[in-house]
Design a protein around this ligand. Structure first.
Ligand SMILES: [Zn+2]
Length: 370
């Protein structure tokens, strides 16, 4: 082994890492070698404000650091960064107890800070705070034009009255029957109102999406509940909350797609795009199917009509069409992938989806007519 040559190579590698670190403004401008270099991320960690790395944590290739190393990173940041970037922490790295302790530390230092980012407060923390009397509850009533009454149960800080998010959304009909939407979504998810939360509001505007389900933050983001079809749409988003496996596959696919695009791997990019569209279509189809079947079950078994103004296939189709259009624009912008031939036709012309929808709808109309 040539001693001088290896020394030069080492110096070059180190100089290169320093250059990457010096010019770092985010993962999107990084070359592929930097993204895959453990030494680069370690160098960045020692040089950079931890908040940046918390923000970009999910751009670090998942197999580059083991669970202990990732845990060690999150233990080194303060309670506020832990809270602010909570949804970037890989799942399973911390126990529920540890999560509650870290959040309560941030909350006790500044209740308003935690209140301001309440869309990120995990459900377990919210439940804990409610049980311990840190939060108080108020109710906001909304009368929809179809006669349904919708009650939004809202949390605020028990002392400062600072808003703290939604506890539940409850629908009531004329006979006093009540449906709690928390029972129709996955228990670890919570509802977040765009109107209540500035940060979510801007996220939603930037991505051009209004109603959505974010499986990493475990939130169901809702818009105007007085709109026609709002509860059908809310059920659709609740349907996504049961798709955590599918959502992590989609997220991994997006990640691999970005890497393949950076590496200019044309064939791989095309394959990943097709795979991605397939997964998205499945997620959408399953979530609409969930919404339809829940409405059908409630009408049949509990004589409760969540959407009295939606009766025919056309009624439902119009709501679905509007949502897919918004979703499509938002998703393309978020992905930032020019080559992606991604349009709502991809969903609407999907034979399986149409067949399934028609089948569900026929059953539904037959039951309604009877
Ligand atoms: Zn959807």
């Amino acid at each position: 082994m040539d001693g001088i040559e290896s020394q030069i190579n080492n110096e070059t590698a180190e100089a290169q890492i320093n250059r990457w670190v010096d010019s770092y403004s985010g993962p999107s401008n990084l070359p592929l070698e930097a993204i895959g270099s453990k030494e680069f991320w370690l160098a960045l960690k020692t040089r950079l404000n931890s908040a940046y790395l918390c923000r970009d944590f999910n751009s670090i290739p998942k197999n580059l650091f083991n669970a202990d190393e990732r845990r060690e990173f999150w233990l080194s940041v303060d309670a506020f960064d832990f809270a602010r970037f909570y949804h970037n922490i890989p799942e399973g790295l911390f126990s529920e107890q540890e999560i509650i302790e870290r959040w309560m530390k941030a909350y006790k230092e500044d209740p308003n800070f935690v209140g301001d980012i309440f869309d990120k407060v995990p459900k377990i923390v919210l439940d804990f705070m409610e049980n311990k009397g840190f939060l108080s509850l108020s109710k906001k009533e909304l009368n929809r034009s179809d006669g349904l009454k919708i009650e939004i149960e809202e949390f605020s800080d028990a002392n400062t009255r600072h808003p703290f998010g939604t506890k539940d959304i409850v629908a009531a009909d004329h006979q006093g029957n009540v449906i709690r939407f928390s029972t129709l979504a996955s228990p670890s998810f919570k509802f977040v109102s765009m109107a209540q939360n500035q940060e979510c509001f801007w996220d939603a505007i930037n991505q051009n999406t209004v109603w959505s389900c974010d499986s990493r933050r475990k939130i169901i983001l809702y818009g105007d509940l007085a709109e026609r079809g709002s509860l059908f749409t809310l059920l659709h988003e609740a349907g996504h909350s049961f798709q955590e496996d599918l959502a992590s596959k989609i997220e991994e696919g997006e990640y691999n797609l970005k890497l393949a695009e950076k590496g200019n791997k044309g064939g791989e990019v095309d394959r990943l795009i097709q795979e991605h569209i397939g997964l998205l279509a499945k997620a959408e189809r399953d979530a609409w199917a969930y919404a339809l079947s829940q409405i059908r079950l409630l009408r049949r078994n509990q004589n409760f009509d969540l959407e009295p103004s939606l009766k025919t296939k056309n009624d439902f189709d119009r709501i679905i069409g509007t949502c897919l259009c918004v979703y499509d624009q938002g998703k393309s912008i978020e992905m930032g992938i020019e080559t992606m031939a991604f349009s709502r036709n991809q969903f609407r012309l999907d034979d399986d989806l149409l067949a399934f929808f028609n089948e569900e709808q026929e059953k539904f109309e037959k039951e309604n007519a009877a």
